[in-house]
Design a protein around this ligand. Sequence first.
Ligand SMILES: CCCCCCCC/C=C\CCCCCCCC(=O)SCCNC(=O)CCNC(=O)[C@H](O)C(C)(C)COP(=O)(O)OP(=O)(O)OC[C@H]1O[C@@H](n2cnc3c(N)ncnc32)[C@H](O)[C@@H]1OP(=O)(O)O
Length: 187
Amino acid sequence: MTERQHGEPRPADAIERHPGAPAPGSTIASHYRMCVGCGPDHPTGLHVTVVAGEGLTVAGTFTVTDDHQGAPGLAHGGMLSLAFDEVLGSLIWLIGKPAVTGHLETSYRRPVPVGTTLHIDAAVDRAEGRKIFMSATGRENAPDGPVSVAASAVFIVVPPTHFTDHGRPVAASELSEAAAKVAEVNP
Ligand SMILES: CCCCCCCC/C=C\CCCCCCCC(=O)SCCNC(=O)CCNC(=O)[C@H](O)C(C)(C)COP(=O)(O)OP(=O)(O)OC[C@H]1O[C@@H](n2cnc3c(N)ncnc32)[C@H](O)[C@@H]1OP(=O)(O)O
């Protein structure tokens, strides 16, 4: 291996779409029915939906409701950050490796009123060892609407046991098929 010169950036590792990844255009199923980000059974969750894109990209949506307000009539910044965490996190199903958020940075560009649907495009930018660098933009009410929020994140690849060691036991019926495989629970 050639030695790097001082100040030269570390070369990125190859990172590819997993052969078993959901096909472009298909919905990425909610990983856990009670997830506050994507779970369909969560009463006040964000109910984020995500569709796989080409390569290492996804497109998500989050519709802001009264349950997500900070100032009256406006989305709470933490909720917007959650929506980005969820959509960025769904990129792991394209890579085929479990990972968790290490660092998430959110830049709020415009207030987001209740009733807005944010269209969140997210992509994997590069990988370095276990670190996966990702970024996303959230546009108001249309895939080409004005950018309301932008985010960047570092996800860290973890062993599947991360969830069983630190979480609680769960039935396969509460998880998506892919998540049940990660958690190694049988139906
Ligand atoms: C019971 C059954 C359950 C079933 C579940 C089914 C499966 C579910 C499947 C899919 C779920 C998806 C869910 C998505 C939800 C959305 C995503 C979230 O909200 S995730 C929650 C929030 N995040 C955390 O809770 C992380 C808490 N932190 C940790 O656990 C650790 O700190 C961890 C794993 C992130 C790192 O700890 P280390 O000991 O493994 O890593 P070290 O060896 O120290 O670092 C490795 C490399 O990463 C960098 N690194 C570590 N932490 C970093 C950080 N915070 N920011 C930036 N880089 C970091 C280090 O500098 C190092 O880099 P160098 O190799 O030296 O270049």
